[in-house]
Design a protein around this ligand. Structure first.
Ligand SMILES: Cc1cc2nc3c(=O)[nH]c(=O)nc-3n(C[C@H](O)[C@H](O)[C@H](O)COP(=O)(O)OP(=O)(O)OC[C@H]3O[C@@H](n4cnc5c(N)ncnc54)[C@H](O)[C@@H]3O)c2cc1C
Length: 433
């Protein structure tokens, strides 16, 4: 199947939805593509365990009523078949070729998972992943949960886990107290974030919150039963039924890389390079939200609107939002400064620690290889279902190999999808000759 649109937006999180809303008012034909079954992205993830936030309901109802907007749900973009044509694999296994005049990449971010002994045991997830599972309906009532890693996502996960009835044993933040105090002081410059922090932490005074702590090892047989925590110079063991451990977020830049868009290599992490008005280095391609650097919900919504106005040709409307965007972006800079993983986190993986959990490759097996490609060919590291998203990011973070560009297809795609598209395009070329 083939379809043609003036504008395709990849990602139906806060940035993609805001972009669609801003552009839709001018009558352009829009396709909104997202691999989740429902719109919302990470922070507005919908599911049986969560309601729809008001801001999202308003945006969605506006889009649903608009006949120019087509929403492809459960649809993943994994390769491009031409300069302005992408292949979308749907959940039912069929493929769609979408042609576009302009493209907005609102592909968001994923969690930064840094390996340690036992991180692949059942019951161990990322902190945001635990939130996503709970929102998706996974029961945790009465379970003992340890939250670990770094950054405000731990507090958001704490709020979600507690409201679902979990018993949070402890929150282990790798950043030391002095970083947290400085972060708290600097939040004064962004009162909305300070208010959000107070709101999320209300009623949690009795919860153990240990700055300067890392999980050294997850212990268990069939699944996680306890964690060994390094707290300063001491070690403590905490029993638990779940461990949710994530060290902040990294932007999803792989689609932009496939299209040849330039990246800004950071620090703190590679993100899509854009100009003031969110134009990438490739003509007709814009990017917005977490893909352009971690900044949070407010940034995603404002940048989405800017990109949508730009795609619709309303540069003045886009420019009017720039001061708001600059203010919101300052929060991302604060996060990067105060929650950067310290040396102790980078020292957690030993030669025996599994680094590629898809293909069961330990870190020590990668010794002696010149680059990620050599290591991949010899050990299968990065060849599994996640296509190196998790291990590639971790290895770059550990200073082993810089993260290279992904190869198409970015996600495993069914042969039937690709074959079906190849057949329909050869039919089309036969009928046009
Ligand atoms: C696991 C997790 C939990 C989070 N929880 C919170 C929270 O509780 N509170 C908070 O303030 N922030 C949270 N965040 C931060 C969050 O990234 C931002 O606040 C906000 O969601 C960013 O909006 P966005 O539109 O830029 O990206 P996202 O919301 O990430 O949306 C991007 C969308 O694009 C889709 N996508 C990406 N690539 C493709 C592709 N190739 N094909 C099809 N679809 C694709 C993704 O599946 C996703 O739905 C969380 C982040 C993560 C990773």
């Amino acid at each position: 199947m083939k379809a043609t649109f003036d504008l395709v937006i990849v990602g139906a999180g806060p940035a993609g939805l805001a972009a669609a809303r801003a552009a839709a008012s001018s009558g352009v034909r829009i396709a909104l593509v997202d691999d989740n079954p429902r719109a919302g992205g990470q922070v507005w993830r919908q599911g049986p365990g969560t309601g729809m936030p008001v801001a999202m309901r308003e945006t969605l109802s506006n889009l649903i009523r608009n006949p120019n907007v087509t929403h492809y749900t459960g649809a993943r973009v994994s390769l491009f078949s031409g300069e302005h044509e992408m292949i979308v694999s749907t959940a039912c296994g069929s493929g769609v070729a979408l042609s576009f005049g302009q493209l907005i990449l609102a592909t968001g971010a994923r969690e930064r998972l840094l390996p340690f002994a036992g991180w692949t045991l059942p019951g161990v997830t990322g902190a945001g992943a635990l939130q996503a599972l709970i929102k998706g309906g996974m029961p945790v009532r009465g379970e003992r949960v340890v939250l670990a890693g770094s950054g405000p996502l731990l507090i958001a996960a704490l709020a979600t886990a507690r409201s679902a009835g979990a018993r949070v044993v402890a929150v282990l933040e790798q950043a030391p107290w002095r970083s947290l105090l400085r972060f708290g002081v600097s939040l004064g410059a962004t009162p909305s974030k300070a208010f959000q922090a107070i709101h999320l932490t209300q009623g949690f005074a009795a919860t153990r919150y240990w700055p300067g702590s890392v999980v050294r090892e997850a212990l268990g047989g069939e699944r996680v039963e306890a964690v060994v925590v390094r707290r300063g110079e001491r070690e403590t063991t905490l029993e638990c039924d779940r461990l949710a451990c994530g060290y902040g977020l990294v932007p999803n830049v792989e689609l932009a890389q496939l299209l040849g868009c330039a990246l800004d290599h950071g620090p703190p992490h590679p993100h899509v390079q854009v100009d003031e008005l969110l134009r990438t280095s490739v003509p007709a391609i814009l990017a917005a939200g977490e893909a352009c650097g971690i900044g949070g919900l407010a940034v995603a919504r404002i940048e989405g609107a800017i990109a949508g106005h730009m795609a619709a040709g309303h540069q003045d409307d886009a420019r009017a939002l720039l001061p708001e965007r600059d203010r919101a972006r300052r929060f991302g800079a604060l996060l990067a400064r105060h929650f950067a993983p310290g040396a102790r986190v980078h020292a957690l993986a030993t030669p025996q620690t599994l680094i590629c959990r898809c293909e069961d490759v330990p870190l020590g097996a990668l010794d002696g290889y010149a680059d990620a490609r050599d290591a991949k060919l010899a050990t299968r590291c990065g060849m599994g279902a996640c296509q190196g998203r998790i291990c590639g990011t971790a290895l770059a973070e550990l200073g082993r190999f810089p993260r290279g560009a992904g190869r198409p297809p970015l996600f495993p795609a069914r042969l039937a999808t690709l074959a079906g598209l190849a057949l329909s395009s050869s039919d089309a070329s036969r009928s046009s000759t």
